[in-house]
Design a protein around this ligand. Structure first.
Ligand code: SF4
Length: 124
């Protein structure tokens, strides 16, 4: 099927790894110093990872790819949670089972913040 999915420009990718954590489904991994969409069925094409890439290597394209598999994505997310590798709020440490998390930029870094802590970060 043809659908929207992340495309990685290997020429631009430095392998910094900043896109791995924002991809909560775990579709992106670093292989031999480059980001790769290793399991296309885990990429929902939402493009949350795009904004974290400092080199503009990530884009969304429409191409032939396996359908997004929400069950496999949830399983992968569960495995990440079990390893303590799921996203957490930078301020209170809540994970997405306890709070709504948003991807944000803070002090030049891409990070996660929960909706309870966001006003504190904005207003002090
Ligand atoms: S954030 Fe961009 S440069 Fe860094 S690993 Fe991902 S695609 Fe490559």
């Amino acid at each position: 099927m043809k659908r929207k999915i992340v495309r990685i420009d290997e020429e631009k990718c430095t392998g910094c790894g900043l896109c791995v954590s924002p991809c909560v489904e775990g579709a992106i991994e670093i292989v031999n110093g480059k980001a790769k969409v290793l399991r296309e069925e885990l990429c929902d094409g939402a493009g949350v990872c795009l904004n974290v890439c400092p080199t503009g290597a990530l884009t969304i394209e429409e191409r032939e790819a396996p359908a997004f598999d929400p069950v496999a994505a949830e399983k992968n997310l569960e495995a990440k949670r079990a390893q303590g590798a799921s996203p957490r709020c930078l301020r209170c440490g809540a994970d997405e089972t306890r709070a709504v998390l948003l991807l944000a930029r803070h002090h030049g870094e891409s990070t996660w913040v929960c909706t309870r802590c966001l006003p504190v970060l904005i207003h002090g």
